[in-house]
Design a binder for this molecule. Structure first.
Ligand code: PEP
Ligand code: MN
Length: 301
């Protein structure tokens, strides 16, 4: 029996459901966060992502807005009805992050931070556990066990690419990990083609491939204006390209036995927005032309 995980009161990951989590790499400002959140909600994402605590390779790089970023995420969630997934890096922040997030993310760099795994295992929110860039599938599953062992059964595994020899992509997105994980574990599996490829133009094809490979969802970086992003702008989709990708995924879902899910809160917030925007040219999935083929010339930025 595969595990199905409830996010908040009305969204489920697992089973036939396919959940798209999308938003900026980092929470940078109210304006940029709300623009991305509104766009991904309008396009039919099921959850909002965004980092308030950012694990950056260089200590000189933007480290995230911290607690202020969490408050902005809560306001974005209220505005859109989208539950939030955001990273926690420090055991001391687990309680604070779980007040603001519907799901806690443990990033690839912390996949084997055992005190952190134990701490997120002791709280009740679901945990998105990302595969370390040099971790085997067995190591990912053993890391998940640390969380499960503390009493939290709600763990979602995330393939986000592993380090290899070829710099053509940022990491090598291991899509074969999806069927392997599904064979070895009942936990839902999602794929992050943004960090997995590092280039926006490769994200849509790998996102579609992830659905075909059997993933239960996607984690995708979307920025209102990728050119000015403080973090990972080169791999962020614009709202327009994300909306087109969602159209592709809706076309593919029935072939893969999947239903793309959003929670009831997001559905009603979207319906209200559509009513308010009915006289304007606001993007929403109903207005997007549904192509018969995957038009990557259109999708590539
Ligand atoms: C992220 O998703 O924000 C992130 C930092 O990804 P990863 O941990 O996979 O590098
Ligand atoms: Mn990122």
């Amino acid at each position: 029996m595969r595990t199905t995980i409830s996010i908040g009161s009305d969204l489920q990951i697992g089973g036939d459901n396919f959940v798209v989590m999308a938003g900026p790499c980092a929470v940078e400002s109210e304006e940029l966060l709300f623009a991305a959140a509104d766009a991904v909600a309008a396009a039919g994402a099921g959850m909002l992502r965004g980092g308030a605590f950012k694990p950056r390779t260089s200590p000189q790089s933007f480290q995230g807005l911290g607690a202020e970023g969490l408050s902005l995420l809560t306001r974005a969630a209220q505005r859109t009805g989208l539950p939030v997934v955001t990273e926690v890096m420090d055991t001391r922040d687990v309680a604070l992050v779980s007040e603001h997030a519907a799901m806690l993310q443990v990033g690839s760099r912390n996949m084997q931070n055992f005190p952190l795994l134990r701490e997120v295992g002791r709280q009740s929110k679901p945990v998105l556990l990302k595969r370390g860039a040099a971790a085997t599938i067995d190591e990912l599953l053993l890391a998940a066990e640390y969380i499960l062992q503390e009493g939290n059964p709600n763990v979602i595994l995330c393939e986000r690419g592993v380090r290899s020899f070829d710099p053509s992509t940022r990491y090598v997105l291991d899509l074969a990990a999806v069927p392997v994980l599904r064979e070895r574990s009942p936990l839902p599996v999602i794929v992050d083609p943004s960090h997995g490829t590092g280039h926006a133009r490769y994200v849509p094809p790998m996102a579609r491939a992830a659905m075909v490979a059997g993933a239960d969802g996607l984690l995708i970086e979307v920025h209102a204006n990728p050119a000015i992003a403080k973090c990972d702008g080169q791999q962020a989709l614009t709202p327009e390209i994300f909306a087109k990708l969602m159209v592709n995924l809706h076309a593919l879902a029935p072939l893969c036995g999947r239903v793309i899910c959003t929670g009831a809160a997001a559905d009603s917030a979207r319906a209200t927005r559509t009513l308010r925007a009915s006289d304007q040219d606001r993007p929403n999935t109903d207005q997007v032309h549904r192509p018969n083929s995957f038009d990557d010339e259109v999708i590539a930025p």
